[in-house]
Design a protein around this ligand. Structure first.
Ligand code: HEM
Length: 288
């Protein structure tokens, strides 16, 4: 049925109103939550400055963490830098590092519970290497090739930032007979690269074995696996993220047995700037 002009105009107005309300809602929540985050960061910085005053030293000679190092820079006055810069820098790190790491951990656990044979192999490696139920140390990681392969396979199928951060071509360039004009915005579809049949055997199966004895790594040198990006803007949090993932995932499966709350787990994805599990993983622990 043809839509009358007046109806079309009404729908357009209605959609514009909805858009405005939705944007206002997001903006309001954004302001509320970022305000809360900044309060926490302000408190943290103030506490540390107070501690330094109480100890009668403006500069900590024994730098303990990132915040101490940054406060030293202010107090040395070597560069123009103040607590506002520190607050925003910490906020950047918090935003960029939080969601990405927890999303990857959730996918890794979901894939392990979805593939019990893979989970058993990972648990056996941990049992033989660090001992069942024992805490995992950073120095153990090099001796856990199967756990490393599980994490790589998780990055291949579930890169937390599926299109990386958009790029803009500073010059016109031809890549693989495609012309990218100057100024074009370029998205790198890492999610699709990870599922490309021309690159990966049986790309939709979760098979960490494909990385055993392979040199392919996620550090920006192998373009078939770039969950952290590559080049000058590669994720600066990579070394931290990867250590946290090995330690958290290893500890979770070495210290507990796990059972899915619902055996028919839904593995659907929810696309956005990051790619989350559409339905959060629900699993219960059985202490061992
Ligand atoms: C599994 C965890 C993580 C993944 C998958 C990830 C992924 C990424 C990706 C894809 C980019 C864009 C790179 C590009 O476009 O080439 C990026 C940028 C960035 N990441 Fe991460 N990240 C993770 C954890 C972290 C952590 C833990 C931190 C900090 C504590 C962090 C801090 C940053 C920052 C500051 C940028 C922006 C860098 C720039 O624009 O120059 N990330 N990350």
């Amino acid at each position: 049925m043809p839509i009358k002009t007046s109806d079309a105009r009404k729908s357009k107005t209605f959609l514009l109103m909805l858009k405005k309300i939705a944007v206002r809602g997001i903006r309001r929540r954004n302001t509320l939550y970022s305000g809360k985050m900044f309060e926490v960061l302000d408190r943290l910085i103030d506490q540390r400055l107070k501690q330094r005053q109480e100890h009668g030293c403006s500069i900590s000679t024994e730098s303990k963490d990132t915040l101490d190092t940054l406060l030293n820079i202010i107090q040395e006055k070597s560069v123009e830098f103040d607590t506002k810069h520190i607050k925003h820098l910490l906020a950047d790190l918090f935003i960029a590092g939080n969601d990405t790491t927890s999303i990857t951990l959730e996918w890794a656990m979901a894939e392990l519970l979805h593939n019990p044979k893979v989970l058993s192999k990972a648990k056996l490696e941990l049992k033989q290497t660090v001992g069942k139920g024992s805490p995992i140390d950073e120095s153990d990681i090099a001796r856990l090739p199967y756990l490393q392969a599980v994490v790589k396979e998780t990055f291949r199928l579930h890169p937390a930032v599926p299109l990386l951060i958009p790029r803009k071509a500073s010059e016109g360039v031809e890549i693989a007979s495609v012309t990218v004009p100057k100024g074009a915005q370029v998205f790198v579809n890492v999610w699709a690269i990870g599922r490309d049949e021309n690159i990966w055997d049986n790309p939709h199966s979760f098979k960490p074995e494909r990385f055993l004895g392979s040199d392919v790594d996620f550090k920006g040198q192998n373009f078939e696996l770039i969950p952290f990006g590559a080049g000058r803007r590669i994720c600066p949090g990579l070394p931290l993220a990867i250590r946290m993932l090995y330690l958290m995932l290893g500890s979770l499966i070495n210290s507990f047995d796990w059972k899915l709350e619902d055996e028919s787990m839904d593995m659907k994805e929810k696309f956005g700037l990051t790619i989350q599990k559409a339905k959060p993983l629900r699993a219960v622990t059985i202490a061992i």
